[in-house]
Design a protein around this ligand. Structure first.
Ligand code: CTP
Length: 436
């Protein structure tokens, strides 16, 4: 059969020992249960693209759930099953996961016009997928371990670097695949095939997205925003007029390209300097898309996409309040460190980076980056206990004094503990006079 080829050696060269062993064990369980197991999809695609991918997706010709349970039992793992879909997730004690699906006729509903009657169930399972490059399967049963099944010329498309759907109804079946197409195109540096591209145009023109829930659009958008380089994908969405599908209120001005490129630079700058600090980079990109939206528009977008309340606050209220602070950082001629600190303190990294992206003022950028690299770490040794020891009774003067010492430290007026104490004494004296 010219569609099959043995890729066992190829697997041995590229996969880690553990993964290879796991694949062999999956095949052994399949043989015991008298069914056939295949590793499929992104895992196989990435094997051929020389990209690391340890997300194992297994398709079983037969009962995937029974397979998952048997395999998990034999290897000290747990399973989580979805009877309705015939799928299961196997989870190992170290949290490594394997997805299992059942290739069975009754799980598929194809539009009546598609020629699927004669297909084997593994071929059917591949046929219902989004793009040809995701339709490779490798057999795992010991008798045929490492046999590659390529029903739809995936190897050729991978070699030619093209992304193609399997049939003309692919985007009718699932319009969110349009977003996946652009994500894969940019991630792999592929081009979208001519027919596939015109099917995308058609999906946009005919508004296939009308019936897609905001939540699903948000899921796809987040996958895009979480890619290593989201900016070029978002610009491609714009090419296809797809940003308005995310929400018509996302305002696209002609500065989008510059903003997105800046977002990439600013997040790269941050990631290089603060390698251990985690933050949600995707949220920075999302706010960049929202940068011309006012509060009402933002809240409407958040509602439609069913964005969780804690993000809603960051994307809406806080982001818009920050725009006012930003104007001050841009326009005020003189600002000392303490003033910058007081404007920005406590802000999440996502918002700090967002402000750096939004502004074109060098002054503001310098002030914000100084805050983020130095000022935010400012601390004093003086504590409430020290103030008690100085004879200050607890009260509002307490925090005011500590704040004054911190500001003095930020502005370079005190440098060490002695100076902090001296400064605190002075402040208390002054405040005492004022309140008399
Ligand atoms: N799939 C599909 N249509 C979708 C989503 C997924 O046909 N709307 C198929 C794809 O063919 C894919 C498989 O389901 O191979 C698993 O989906 P997912 O895990 O999202 O795909 P990967 O290709 O592994 O993507 P990634 O590399 O981003 O994890």
């Amino acid at each position: 059969n010219k569609r099959s080829r043995v890729v066992h050696n190829f697997m041995r060269e590229r996969l880690s020992r553990n993964i290879l062993k796991m694949l062999a064990q999956l095949g052994e369980t399949a043989a015991e249960l008298d069914c056939r197991a295949y590793v499929v999809g992104g895992f196989v695609r990435d094997l051929f693209l020389f990209r690391k991918n340890e997300d194992i997706d297994v398709v079983i010709e037969g009962d995937g759930i029974a397979f998952a349970k048997t395999f998990a039992n034999a290897h000290g793992a747990r399973t989580h099953t979805h009877e309705k879909f015939g799928t299961a997730v196997i989870t190992f004690p170290d949290d490594f996961k394997i997805d299992v699906a059942s290739a069975r006729m009754e799980y598929y509903q194809f539009p009546a016009s598609l020629p699927v009657v004669e297909m084997s169930s593994i071929k059917m399972d591949m046929f219902r997928r989004d793009f040809t490059i995701n339709t490779l399967a490798i057999e795992l049963n010991p008798d045929k371990f490492g046999r590659l099944l390529d029903f739809f010329s995936a190897q050729k498309d991978i070699k030619d670097k093209v992304l193609r759907v399997l049939h003309n109804l692919s985007f009718v079946e699932d319009p969110t695949r349009v977003f996946r197409a652009l994500r894969f195109e940019q991630r792999f540096g592929f081009t979208i095939g001519k027919l596939t591209s015109s099917l995308i145009d058609n999906a946009v023109k005919m508004d296939f997205f009308k019936r897609v829930a905001g939540k699903r659009i948000y899921t796809e958008l987040k996958l895009i925003l979480k890619e290593e380089h989201p900016a070029p994908i978002l610009l491609r969405l714009l090419d296809y007029d797809l940003l308005r599908i995310i929400h018509p209120l996302i305002k696209i001005e002609n500065d989008l390209q510059r903003l997105l490129e800046t977002a990439q630079k600013v997040t790269d700058w941050h990631d290089l300097l603060f390698i251990d600090e985690s933050y949600e980079r995707w949220a920075v990109y999302f706010m960049t898309l929202l940068c011309h939206c006012d509060l009402d528009a933002t809240l409407e977008i958040c509602n439609h996409l069913t964005i969780a309340p804690r993000y809603r606050k960051m994307f809406g209220e806080t982001r818009i309040m920050m725009a006012e602070h930003l104007t001050r950082l841009e326009r005020r001629k003189r600002m000392d460190n303490a003033q910058v600190y007081n404007l920005l303190k406590g802000l999440r990294t996502e918002l700090i980076l967002y402000m750096m992206i939004c502004t074109t003022s060098d002054t503001a950028i310098k002030r914000i980056s100084k805050y983020h690299t130095q000022l935010r770490h400012a601390a004093i040794t003086l504590s409430g206990k020290d103030l008690l020891d100085m004879g200050l009774p607890p009260g509002p003067l307490f925090s005011r004094t500590l704040q004054a010492v911190l500001e003095a430290k930020l502005n370079g007026r005190v440098r060490n503990r002695e100076e902090e104490i001296a400064f605190a004494r002075q402040t208390i004296k002054k405040q005492g006079k004022k309140s008399r």
